[in-house]
Design a protein around this ligand. Structure first.
Ligand code: ZN
Length: 264
């Protein structure tokens, strides 16, 4: 369904990279403000140490960080390297979206989804929450985009299957352990991902997410940094699994079905 791009792909991908850097800069604002329920529009960016406003010319992704040598122009306090890292990651992911999907509706859809995944990952690592302000609109937009991508019923079943499985898992865990294992944020997240990707790919997301989480947990335990009762946020693994599914989901499923002797 991908339309031909009037520009050669590497050029289009480069435009995606620069666009992604700018979106990444906005993602940083969302990451620091959404958990505090602050507006992401007003006031403009300010230094977390001295509160001085940041001029537009000091707010150029990556470049400003390098020019200012990672320090605030007003107070000289170090600025976390997380900020340029988020910009770079968003830039690279956006370049990948532009490269893979070309000038198409898919490109627009995933150009919105990918920064949301970056924001969710960063917020879940820092605060152990996935904000409703992302997941609830995500379910509605996921159903709309999923209907375009895979048809309405596939999208709706994906939403209900993903959300339903996680709700069930959360209930069972709560009954067994008498403590909350899976948060409501994870349930709403997987409902949104299921709406976007459809019922087959949401199962793939859950499988890859659980596998990645288990590998991470096993590595953590072998280095004695984690034990069985450690709370690890699940959101980053689900976001990673969603990214893998967006870029390689069809290839993985084709490979799986062909090894099972079935054609797709
Ligand atoms: Zn400052």
């Amino acid at each position: 369904m991908t339309m031909l791009t009037p520009l050669p792909d590497p050029v289009f991908a480069s435009i995606g990279f620069v666009f992604g850097l700018l979106v990444g800069s906005f993602a940083n604002v969302c990451i620091s403000r959404l958990p505090k329920k602050e507006s992401v529009v007003f006031p403009g960016s300010h230094c977390p140490s001295c509160n001085a406003g940041i001029r537009a010319t000091d707010n150029i992704p990556i470049v400003s960080y390098l020019i200012l040598k990672g320090q605030c122009r007003s107070c000289g306090q170090p600025i976390s390297a997380i900020y340029p890292a988020i910009e770079m990651i968003t830039g690279l992911l956006m370049a990948s979206v532009f490269y893979k999907f070309g000038l198409s509706w898919e490109c627009l859809i995933f150009a919105i989804v990918v920064p949301a995944l970056v924001i969710i990952t960063a917020i879940d690592i820092e605060h152990q929450i996935i904000p409703d302000v992302i997941t609830l609109p995500g379910i509605v937009l996921g159903l709309a985009a999923g209907t375009y991508l895979n048809g309405f019923w596939n999208s709706l079943i994906g939403c209900l299957l993903g959300g339903g499985l996680f709700l069930l898992l959360a209930e069972v865990y709560f009954k067994l352990r008498n403590t909350v294992g899976m948060g409501g944020g994870d349930i709403k997240y997987i409902a949104a991902a299921g709406a976007l990707l459809g019922w087959i790919q949401v199962l793939l997301v859950i499988f890859i997410g659980a596998l990645a989480g288990a590998i991470f947990g096993a590595i953590g335990m072998s280095f004695k940094k984690l034990d069985f009762l450690s709370k690890i946020p699940f959101g980053p693994f689900l976001a990673l699994a969603t990214l893998i599914s967006i870029f390689f989901g069809n290839d993985i499923l084709s490979l799986y079905l062909s090894t099972m002797g079935m054609e797709r």
